[in-house]
Design a protein around this ligand. Structure first.
Ligand code: ADP
Ligand code: MG
Length: 457
């Protein structure tokens, strides 16, 4: 029997046994069967996790009945397939065959709204790992999602690249589409907005007026506007002007606006005051790089979602080597899991080390390496760090050394306290202080980056 046949038989049974079958089982497609394991891809990012935790027994039973013997299965989320699946659903929707089930209609309707809102299925709250670095941003984003245009308007989320701004912003969009389907949500990258605007401006004469009217209507006729990477506006005067009017029109009509940026409005030099004050009039919240525990949790979540099994040490190893950027952290994990999948081997620590080869480029950093480098940079001796000297220069360099020791070595605060011959709580205080300062002080952030480069050289 070929896998399509097996699956269609199993699916028939699952339609009767699994609640919301259209939602979880529907977007599955078999891709390979070796006699013992059926491999499937899904268009729904959460399906691997939901099926494994809630419907595993039913799926096994249905496969056993379809095949006549025990069969295991493996589900992976596939972005390309998800895109195709969405397109097909859209086509089906335009035909609207009578007799569709309620779930099918709901799924199609939602898929259509997600796609017209321009949202990526992966970026939902359920997939967002909360840590100290994003706790406040997450809480506020969730409040906005629950009460659009009631509290915090606009919401301005800022932080360096790859830390989850787009994810969090789109999560708001998904939540609103799911819970308040009558609200119109739109996500747009500032760069795409700019390109669309330019295209309309380039048309000529009467046509131009018509097209600009349509363009303006499109963005002013929205209940929740999500504008990503607003720092792109820097020096795009005309686009600023257009955004300014869109902003006012939406805000005055009590519509929710969410903005992201890699920095605060005041740090976008060419942003005119009238836009800056508008961006600042709601709430501004930052996301900083995740700490070690959060990085491990993000990797674990990623593996669970994709249904990938890995030794726990693999997560720790990757989390230790990819520190500043969640996108790179995920990239590293996706690489090792793809390699392991192709080579059909277990994802062990040794295998991850072999593929990523971080050891070759990164040495094991010790607390003493960090203390020396920070001392050298600020002209303070290591002996001063270990002494009880409290003068400003020594203290502030020591705070930085403690922060960097924690970030770069992943040693416990106890171990760091022992090295610096201070109290554990003092170390915690230094760490939190620098972490907080770094989020608003670009200069400090740059200094720390430079010192880090020195250490890792
Ligand atoms: P940014 O917009 O800040 O550059 P993104 O939102 O694109 O960053 O995030 C980069 C990648 O990291 C995405 O794949 C995103 O899903 C993932 N990511 C970031 N933060 C988290 C988190 N807290 N939990 C889960 N995934 C995250
Ligand atoms: Mg982004």
């Amino acid at each position: 029997m070929d896998f399509n046949e097996i699956w269609s038989k199993a699916k028939e049974e699952l339609e009767k046994t699994v609640p919301m079958c259209g939602m979880w089982i529907g977007p599955l497609k078999p891709v390979e069967f070796d006699g013992n394991v059926l491999r499937l891809v899904t268009a729904h990012a959460l399906a691997p996790q939901i099926i494994k935790t809630q419907h595993d027994a039913k799926v096994r039973e249905a496969l056993k009945n379809a095949c006549g013997h025990e069969v295991s299965y493996n589900i992976v989320y596939d972005e390309e397939f998800a895109e195709k699946y969405k397109q097909e659903k859209r086509k089906e929707l335009s035909k609207q065959v009578p007799g569709q089930t309620k779930e099918d209609k709901m799924l199609i309707n939602q898929a259509q709204m997600q796609s017209s809102a321009n949202l990526n299925l992966k970026y939902k709250f359920s997939n967002f790992v909360v840590g100290e670095n994003n706790r406040m941003a997450h809480a506020i984003a969730f409040t906005v999602a629950q009460n659009p245009a009631k509290k915090y308007n606009p919401l301005f989320i800022y932080g360096a690249s790859g830390l989850g701004k787009t994810h969090l912003m789109q999560a708001i969009g998904h939540y609103i589409i799911f819970n308040k389907p009558n609200l119109k949500v739109k996500y747009i990258k500032t760069e795409d907005y700019f390109n669309e605007l330019i295209k309309n401006l380039q048309s000529s004469g009467n046509d131009k007026t018509k097209r600009m009217d349509k363009f303006r209507q499109k963005y002013r006729n929205i209940d929740v506007l999500l504008i990503d990477d607003i720092q792109f506006l820097e020096s795009k005067t005309f686009t600023m002007e257009e955004i300014f009017h869109t902003f006012d029109s939406l805000h005055n009509n009590n519509k929710q606006i969410v903005i992201t940026s890699d920095r605060l409005p005041k740090d976008i030099p060419t942003l005119p005051d009238r836009l800056r004050t508008r961006f600042e009039m709601g709430i501004m919240v930052d996301i900083t790089p995740p700490d070690f525990e959060t990085r491990v949790a993000i990797l674990k979540n990623l593996a669970d979602t994709a249904g990938v099994k890995a030794e726990f040490e693999v997560f720790e190893y990757i989390a230790k080597n990819f520190v500043n950027n969640v996108r790179e952290l995920e990239g590293a994990f996706n690489k090792v899991s793809a390699y392991a999948d192709v080579e059909k081997v277990d994802l062990t620590l040794d295998y991850a080390k072999k593929v990523l080869n971080c050891e070759a480029s990164k040495k094991d950093i010790t607390i003493s390496d960090v203390a020396k480098a920070v001392g050298e940079y600020y002209g303070v001796s290591v002996a001063d760090f270990l002494s009880s000297a409290r003068n400003q220069r020594v203290s502030s360099a020591r705070h930085i050394a403690v922060f960097m020791a924690r970030e770069l070595t992943q040693k416990s605060f106890e171990a760091i306290a022992e090295y610096f011959r201070k109290k554990h709580t003092t170390m915690l205080y230094s760490y939190e202080k620098i972490k907080k300062e770094m989020s608003t002080d670009k200069e400090l952030e740059n200094e720390i980056r430079e010192i880090r480069r020195m250490i890792e050289k």
